[in-house]
Design a protein around this ligand. Structure first.
Ligand SMILES: Cc1ncc(COP(=O)(O)O)c(C=O)c1O
Length: 369
């Protein structure tokens, strides 16, 4: 049994039932599978119209080398250079998802704490590895902002997302760094940081924060969810420990080619441009959503990621009606700290957002009946 700690410092026992209340293994992709395959996708936070043609070509070129076992040295060096780090501070992984499993299995941890609401795989991986996980729940009333004081002093592993999925909160790097302690591993999931203009508040590349482990994903901005590529940045000893837990050849040759391509100057410039576009499209979405404020819709603000979290009356019914109107959105109730009143919406281009807002209007009317 673990405990749940709210930002008010209330400690409540967290029995297995409360785990059961949140399906930690539910992710946005299940909203667009099977009967959802034809829906317009605001459920999965992968950038639209990706991967770009130039990246597909780079990956396709790598296929001629498939007979050889993968050699990750060039990709590792390229990722290291992108963050101004030596190669022994980098581990390439099959998506950030693999990194959660490695951390859970390889590190000797007594008291892991996960800051929620956030992506649920870190907690699921820790539980699967036999750990008892305590939760710190950030509250909507506080704008889901982090108060470092609520993290238990004896936590020796702390996991937090920045910007956080699903709240879209971008925590100040300095606030997160306050969580560092001797003997504590501080894991920052920066899977969506490359969608933040200037990557402000990034801790990737920092070597002055003790115990820091930064995770990055290349699957969201680049549309490579099916390829599986991400990486870990940490002290060389931590990287070595995680690497020992990896199977042999964990990252395929096409994924290595993608990693190298995605840290090139061209890719970084494209990601920076996309981040600017996402910010503009998000502003359009948020402005449209605010039109529904008189109907009780609330936007979690400020949103800084490529998705927006909203609370609205009868959200579960609204979500079902949206599906019949052709739109998939992500339910919020599987995230610890949220309930069935919450939905997460991926930021899309203006035309898609306009169509969505019309459908939302209709869905809210239908849900009201
Ligand atoms: C916050 C966050 N971190 C990590 C991941 C995993 O990403 P990857 O595709 O690199 O495994 C996801 C996927 O949805 C995510 O939302």
């Amino acid at each position: 049994m673990g405990i749940t700690i709210t930002t008010e410092g209330m400690r409540t026992p967290m029995h297995t039932e409360s785990e059961g209340a949140h399906d930690l293994r539910h992710h946005g992709d299940s909203e667009v599978r099977d009967d959802g395959a034809g829906l317009i996708d605001l459920a999965v936070n992968v950038r639209s119209d990706t991967p770009p043609a130039w990246l597909r070509e780079r990956i396709a070129e790598s296929l001629t080398g498939l007979a050889a076992y993968p050699d990750g040295r060039a990709a590792r060096a390229a990722v290291a250079a992108r963050h101004g780090l030596p190669a022994d501070r980098v581990l390439l992984t099959a998506g950030a998802a693999e990194a959660f499993v490695l951390l859970a299995r390889a590190l000797k941890v007594r008291r892991p704490v996960v800051v929620h609401p956030q992506f649920t795989e870190p907690e699921a991986a820790l539980r699967d590895a036999g750990h008892t996980v305590d939760r710190v729940l950030l509250r909507a009333a506080d704008g889901f902002r982090l108060d470092p004081a609520v993290v238990p002093e004896d936590a020796d592993l702390v996991v937090i997302g920045n910007p956080t999925n699903p709240t879209s909160v971008l925590h100040p790097a300095a606030t997160i760094a306050e969580l560092a302690r001797p003997g504590r591993t501080l894991v920052i999931d920066e899977a969506f940081m490359d969608a933040v203009p200037g990557e402000r508040e990034a801790l990737a590349g920092r070597t002055d924060v003790p115990g820091l482990v930064v995770l990055r994903s290349l699957t969201k901005t680049w549309g490579l969810a099916g390829l599986r590529i991400g990486y870990v940045l940490a002290a060389p000893e931590t990287i070595a420990e995680l690497e020992r837990a990896q199977p042999l050849w964990p990252v395929s040759t096409p994924a290595l080619a993608a990693a190298e391509a995605c840290v090139s100057d061209r890719a970084l410039a494209e990601a920076a441009y996309a981040a600017g576009r996402i910010a503009a499209d998000r502003a359009h979405l948020v402005a449209g959503l605010k039109e529904f404020a008189p109907d009780g819709l609330l936007v979690a603000e400020p949103a800084e990621g490529p998705f927006v979290l909203v609370r609205l009356p009868r959200a579960a019914a609204v979500r079902r009606h949206l599906r019949t109107l052709g739109f998939a959105v992500r339910r919020g109730d599987t995230f610890p700290g949220l309930d069935e009143e919450w939905l997460r919406l991926a930021v899309r281009d203006r035309a898609t957002v306009n169509g969505f807002l019309q459908a939302l209007d209709r869905a809210m009317t239908l849900a009201d009946r």
